[in-house]
Design a protein around this ligand. Structure first.
Ligand code: NZQ
Ligand code: ZN
Length: 387
């Protein structure tokens, strides 16, 4: 039986070609804007100039340098700038890191405390936030149309999520012209991140949610077809448009409506990134095959459905189909130049297992995944399988 659910998503999507030029229609009149971006790609590819041209009509201050896997310490500098200038709107131009960083800034500016990290670490409710608009430059995380942000703290070694309805962007511009300057590595990362967002909400156990399942399968099929096309040819606009919409739809609340979700791949993957700065999507590609192989019996029905409907596997027993589907998924990641093995990263396995287990224990987590099927001890088995 499908669980009760409530679906709320207030973000306006502005999608297509040359949509950045319409930014002026969506910025609030007379707003005092904090314009935030990353480490310079928008200056090299011309997006900065296109944005600045429009911002001339507004009062604004600029903050640059938000890093991939945005860091609390850096974001607090933007919070200070925003408070000093009494900004009342934030414009984020970048990938998931810049948008996540902007979400944190939007919650932290009005937070009446010098340590807004507590919002993240203590899961405090976000009571107030500064409204945020975004121009997405990298299809991957879905942050442009969701209420989550993932923030890293250098001092504590944590990489944790902040989730609140106050963090939905008011609007997000998805202009496909931004794709042209993306390095292959980032295209691959985006496709794999979106793919795993879908599987985290789909490969659990069946509860009769036919439409959610078919939404999930349609996104996976499109990512397999057009993710590969875009990776091979960055000029393929149709593939670009399809991948971009897939990434947004993969994590905007639709797929998880009324169904069990997993998120264990992300939980372990985030720890690998916190420890070794491995790109987010690459951490997921390491964990997914190992975790699905370990939990093949618990996830069998959905793995078989995934095998039959997505990978069109018709031969073999259920277990064989599930194994083949995991293998095909691994091959798909590899075809995008993404390794599925920890050994690629030259890390100390025993230290990694110990560190991740300790982190989870310190947060009081003992079981996770759908129905708590992953135990702390499973982390060791998963990382051994992934080596
Ligand atoms: O720093 P800049 O100059 O912007 O360069 C970025 C960065 O180096 C570059 N880039 C972005 N757009 C470009 C471009 N280069 C050329 N042309 C363009 N058009 O790409 C690099 C990576 O950018 P980043 O924003 O870090 O990548 P991504 O979008 O994959 O975001 C990853 C972050 O999002 C979090 C991850 O944990 C990670 O911190 N996630 C956020 C989620 C959410 N809010 O819902 C869910 C995800 O599961 C994920 O955890
Ligand atoms: Zn992700």
């Amino acid at each position: 039986m499908i669980n009760n659910y409530e679906l709320y998503n207030p973000t306006r999507l502005i999608f297509g070609e040359n949509r950045i030029e319409e930014l002026n229609q969506y910025l609030p009149e007379k707003a005092k804007i904090l314009f935030v971006y990353g480490q310079g790609s928008i200056k090299r590819n011309g997006i900065y100039d296109r944005v600045i041209d429009i911002l001339k009509g507004w009062e604004y201050v600029e903050f640059s340098g938000i890093e991939p896997n945005p860091v609390y310490e850096t974001l607090m500098k933007a919070v200070k700038l925003g408070r000093e200038n009494k900004v009342d709107f934030i414009l984020a131009v970048g990938g998931g890191s810049v948008i996540d960083g902007a979400k944190f800034i939007s919650a932290a500016i009005p937070f009446g405390d010098d340590e807004p990290w507590k919002l993240v670490s203590e899961h405090l409710e976000v009571i107030e936030s500064i409204p945020l608009g975004t121009i997405l430059t990298l299809p991957a995380t879905g942050s442009e149309m969701n209420k989550g942000a993932v923030i890293s703290n250098k001092a504590t070694g944590d990489k944790l999520a902040l989730i609140s309805e106050k963090l939905f962007p008011v609007f997000s511009i998805l202009d496909i012209s931004v794709l042209k300057s993306l390095p292959k590595r980032q295209i691959a990362n985006g496709v794999v991140d979106a793919f795993v967002h879908v599987t985290e909400q789909y490969i659990t156990y069946p509860i009769g949610a036919k439409l959610q399942d078919r939404f999930a399968e349609s996104i996976l099929l499109t990512l397999i077809e057009d993710g590969q096309k875009l990776y091979d040819d960055i000029e393929d606009k149709d593939a670009g448009a399809n991948v971009m919409f897939c990434a947004t739809m993969a994590l905007n609340g639709v797929l998880s409506s009324g169904v069990p979700t997993d998120w264990s791949i992300h939980m372990i993957g985030h720890e690998l990134t916190a420890l070794y700065n491995i790109d987010h999507a690459r951490s997921l590609a390491i964990i997914l095959p190992a975790l699905y192989n370990l939990k093949i019996n618990e996830k069998l029905e959905k793995l078989v459905q995934f095998a039959e409907r997505v990978w069109k596997i018709t031969k073999g027993s259920d277990i064989e189909k599930a194994h083949t589907a995991i293998k095909y998924t691994e091959n798909f990641f590899k075809s995008l130049g993404i390794s599925t093995k920890l050994s690629k990263y030259n890390i100390d396995l025993d230290f990694t297992i110990k560190s991740i287990k300790e982190k989870f224990e310190s947060r009081g987590i003992d079981n996770f995944g759908e129905n708590g099927i992953i135990s702390i001890d499973d982390i060791e088995a998963i990382l051994h399988k992934a080596k």
